[in-house]
Every structure is written in structure tokens, then in C-alpha cells.
Design a protein around this ligand. Structure first.
Ligand code: THU
Length: 162
């Protein structure tokens, strides 16, 4: 008989921002604010990401597009790379992602792309603590995952290189 591997992924569905504690609400606010400064003239899809480090400092990023499309970068990686370059010794402990089409403040469901999931996983390895990720789900709910395994099962990790 064939063997089968079953992977359980846990996603907490939060009904409203108001159900979250102050730390998460602040991070959501920072991610929303960052989305207003996104440079996304080609898609007009404006994404903000805010990461909080183990020293509680918050670093934000937003998507940066380019006329040569693949040259641009997603908000999540802009935030993670900025955090790791400015605070190389501090681990990322959580991240909020907020996206809007245009800049009218109507935030939409958006989950990180595959490349950003891989980057989140890398910074989990680097920081040695899980990164909790909050994003918007359908109908104004919020999705919360406790680590990158829930975003990227069977991921390629530094162990894969040995
Ligand atoms: N984008 C992000 O910045 N983060 C996501 O989670 C999804 C997509 C950006 C990339 C591109 O600039 C635009 O949104 C449309 O894909």
C-alpha cells in the first residue's frame, strides 16, 4: 500500500481587528500606513508589511515596482530585508501584511507570495524563533499563522543544503 504523508496546517481565523491585542493592532496600523507609501504605479496594488523584532522595534516596508517588472519587490521582503540589515542581531517575532487596490483605505484579502514565504522561513531560521504572520482573509476576517510551516509546508531550508 502507498504511504501517505498528511500535513496539518493551523490558521487562526480572527473575526475582527478588535479581537486582537494592542500589539497586533499597532502592527496592523503600521502595515496599513506603510501601504500608503508603496511605489506600485504598474499594479496599483499597494501592500504594506510591518515586522516586530524581539526588542519590540517595528520596521515597515511596502512593495516597490519597476518598469522592468521582475525587478520590483514585495512589501514583505522589503520589510524583512530592512529589518535584518538595520538590526542584524534581532529576531523577527511577528509580521502584519495589509493590502489595498489604490490608496482609498479599503483593505483586501492578501497572502504572501511563495518567494516571500521562503524569505519568512529564512528569517525564522536566522532568528531561531517562530514568526507569527497576520494577514487579511475574506469578509474582513484576519488569518493568523504561528510560523512559516503553516505558510510553506515541505519548504526548502538550510538543512536541505547539507
Ligand atoms: N505584492 C506584495 O507586495 N505582497 C503580497 O503579498 C502580494 C503582492 C505586490 C507585488 C506587486 O508589486 C503587486 O503587489 C501586485 O502583485
Amino acid at each position: 500500500m502507498d504511504k501517505r504523508l498528511e500535513i496539518n496546517i493551523k490558521i487562526e481565523v480572527v473575526e475582527s481587528e478588535n479581537d486582537l491585542d494592542d500589539a497586533w493592532q499597532l502592527l496592523i496600523q503600521k502595515a496599513k500606513e506603510a501601504s500608503y507609501s508603496a511605489y506600485a504605479p504598474y499594479s496599483d496594488f499597494n501592500v504594506g508589511a510591518a515586522v516586530q523584532l524581539d526588542n519590540n522595534i517595528i520596521v515597515t516596508g511596502n512593495n516597490q515596482e519597476n518598469a522592468v517588472y521582475p525587478t520590483g519587490l514585495c512589501a514583505e521582503r522589503v520589510a524583512l530585508f530592512a529589518a535584518s540589515s538595520q538590526y542584524p542581531k534581532n529576531a523577527v517575532k511577528r509580521m502584519a501584511i495589509m493590502a489595498q487596490k489604490g490608496k482609498k483605505g479599503k483593505f483586501l484579502p492578501a497572502t504572501p507570495c511563495g518567494g516571500c514565504r521562503q524569505a519568512i522561513s529564512e528569517y525564522e531560521t536566522k532568528g531561531k524563533i517562530p514568526i507569527r504572520v497576520l494577514m487579511m482573509g475574506p469578509h474582513h476576517t484576519l488569518y493568523l499563522v504561528n510560523n512559516s510551516d503553516s505558510l510553506l509546508p515541505l519548504k526548502f531550508s538550510p538543512d536541505s543544503l547539507t
